[in-house]
Design a protein around this ligand. Structure first.
Ligand code: SF4
Length: 108
């Protein structure tokens, strides 16, 4: 992925987090720890730990995580392409939540 693509995707992920699926800000958004963060932080492979650190200190991590999981659950495409750090979880973390049977199969 080119840098500009990564930045654009990071921006989309952050906008999704901040404004939600209805394009109206969720009530918890006002307390988001990432409100003033660089959006690319949340979708840059080498910066996952830094993004997770921001999320770990976020007072609305539970609301953010649940909204993201709920949104991704609305479409197989959203679930399969989950990426970026949202709610303290990477895309891979969230795909493991969306596809628990697949995980069990991987472990077995
Ligand atoms: S949990 Fe992370 S991505 Fe979600 S609002 Fe807080 S800082 Fe932003």
């Amino acid at each position: 992925m080119r840098n500009n693509d990564a930045e654009a995707f990071g921006y989309r992920v952050l906008m999704r987090v901040l404004f939600g699926p209805t394009d109206g800000p969720p009530v918890w958004r006002e307390r988001a720890a990432c409100a003033d963060s660089d959006p690319s932080l949340f979708d840059t492979a080498g910066r996952i730990a830094a993004a997770k650190k921001v999320c770990a200190s976020c007072p609305v991590i539970d609301e953010c995580r649940q909204d993201q999981l709920d949104w991704e659950a609305t479409s197989p495409r959203f679930r399969a392409n989950a990426s970026g750090v949202v709610g303290g979880l990477t895309g891979a973390d969230r795909r493991r939540i969306h596809y628990p049977a697949r995980n069990a199969k991987d472990v077995a």
